[in-house]
Design a protein around this ligand. Structure first.
Ligand SMILES: O=C(O)c1ccccc1N[C@@H]1O[C@H](COP(=O)(O)O)[C@@H](O)[C@H]1O
Length: 212
């Protein structure tokens, strides 16, 4: 079970996620209560050490995404919104992985269809904390993460229902919007690890050969 904890804003947040055993930590550059600026994110990337660092973007121009990825040293770029396949082609770079984040109702849920290394299947409104019908994606193949409304209490059953190989959380590990609760992060990672899922490993194969 691969576990990503997203929307981190402080070094204490990153320490909490890394020490809890998260496989990836996310920093939001889109407009959000969780937004961080590139300078802050660069410092947090250093705190994360070997843990995969993911930059989250929503509709920002490709040139801006590339500039931030280069400036901060991100290990992965997560694109939400109507990015065409050309955008993924333009952003392909051995320095970072490409993550395509889509709502569960998106027309194309094939992992890698846009040249993405990893797919995240989410609620219609990313970062909203809203759950959805996780069973609707139970037939999905490949390396993908389940997101949207997960909590320490729900993650094990949600991952089992969706047959997910990994999970991604933000709202469910916050005490208030944009403020991470470090005990909830630890609870979430532990609960996800305990989930009965199809995967036998923690690292999606798409991420194994790339720099982290
Ligand atoms: O978290 C945000 O504010 C955000 C903003 C813009 C795009 C994506 C965002 N977060 C992503 O949403 C899911 C987590 O959802 P939830 O809060 O657990 O329901 C995750 O993929 C984040 O990267």
């Amino acid at each position: 079970m691969f576990v990503k904890v997203c929307g981190l804003r402080t070094s204490a947040d990153v320490d909490a996620a890394v020490s809890s055993g998260a496989d990836a930590v996310g920093f939001v550059f889109a407009a959000s209560p969780r937004q961080v600026d590139p300078a802050t994110a660069g410092a947090l990337v250093a705190v994360a050490g070997a843990t995969l660092t993911v930059g989250v973007f929503l509709g920002q121009p490709v040139d801006e995404v590339r500039a931030i990825a280069e400036a901060t040293g991100l290990g992965a770029v997560q694109l939400h919104g109507a990015y065409p396949k050309d955008a993924f082609t333009a952003l392909a770079d051995p320095r970072w992985q490409l993550i395509r984040a889509v709502p569960y109702s998106a027309p194309d849920l094939r992992v890698g269809a846009y040249g993405d290394d990893l797919l995240i299947v989410d609620a219609p409104k990313a970062g909203s904390g809203e759950s959805w019908d996780y069973a609707s994606v139970a037939g999905l193949d490949g390396q993908w993460l389940l997101a949207g409304g997960l909590t320490p209490a729900s993650v094990a059953s949600a991952a089992a229902t969706a047959r997910a190989r990994g999970v991604d959380v933000s709202s469910g590990v916050e005490s208030s919007r944009g403020v991470k609760d470090h005990a909830l992060i630890a609870d979430f990672v532990a609960a996800a690890r305990a989930a009965a899922v199809l995967s036998s490993g923690r690292q999606p194969p798409g991420t194994a050969s790339k720099p982290t």
